[in-house]
Write a protein that binds this ligand. Sequence first.
Ligand code: ATP
Length: 333
Amino acid sequence: MGVVNPPVAEPQPAGGNGTVRSYDPLVTIVETQALTQRFGSTLALDALDLQMQPGVTGLVGANGAGKTTLLNAMLGLRVPASGSLTVLGFDPQTAGQRLRAMVGFAPERNVLPDEMRAVDFVRHLSEVRGLPRGEARNRASDTLWLVGLGEERLRTLGTMSTGQRQRVKLAQAIASDPKLVLLDEPTDGLDPMQRSEMLTLIGQISRDFSINVVLSSHQLEEVERVCDNVVALDAGRLVACGPISDLVGAGDGITLELVDVAEPAGSVDAVEAALRAGGLDVRRQAATLQLRGAAFDELCDRSRDAVAAAGARIRRLDTRRRTLEDLFEDAPR
Ligand code: ATP
């Protein structure tokens, strides 16, 4: 990553053992074809066909969508029921050892040993991934400084806050100079300020050291903020996959934000009801209504009429912006 030199000679996917499909490192980081995973009667991954491109990829979906199952498959921790998967051009089932030298991982669960010092923990995992001891020690120290824990590196993990422990998980994932890091819910348990700092750090690390990142999250707005690409899952099915700039942005409809005042009582409710009764697609969050289902001018006219009839007041009326949430709302059931 540029913090230090690459630890191992780079495996060459194209010259491998027949497990590799065409791999262009500038185009494809992860590719699946009809990837399917079952747990009893649960279809955790439902015939997924997807490609992840370089940069930061947000792996999004509600609880149980299949995010962790997909990450585990990418790490070769589970044999898929059917279908195929390549990571950096390799099949994780047959090239696990080579991939472990190139892929860092920070799991969702709290897996840090309380009694161990941060620097020893990161050093140990770097050695497990193949670095000589002296180099692993230097990298552990470098990466802990990089994630903002330089002063705390000699503290035991059990004495650290949730935010600090998430940073230690990030440090161990990047310490052995990976080409790709998989971060499972890296902002879990953090307050809004810590979330923002963590996302900024992840973006910086990816850019500055050319590390590809797959970041799993159920926080759609944080994925929109930091990611270049998105893979959206819903109950094991692929909802969307591609550059985030293609999936969000200018959209159809309008955003109508009303002044949420007590008088006249229920005015926002009345506007919402009138617009729904007129057959429009209305989504409401507090005093903000997202409206679709008619041309822009007609939406504006109908909004004006509904607002006047209810005695409400408009704070803002704007072209509606398409968000990641729309991908899930619009997905076929
Ligand atoms: P979360 O955000 O809650 O971690 P997720 O998107 O990571 O959710 P997964 O953990 O991949 O979702 O789970 C996908 C589905 O597979 C869920 O229905 C889950 O209950 C089921 N599942 C996952 N692992 C197992 C397992 N080892 N045994 C049985 N069912 C499992």
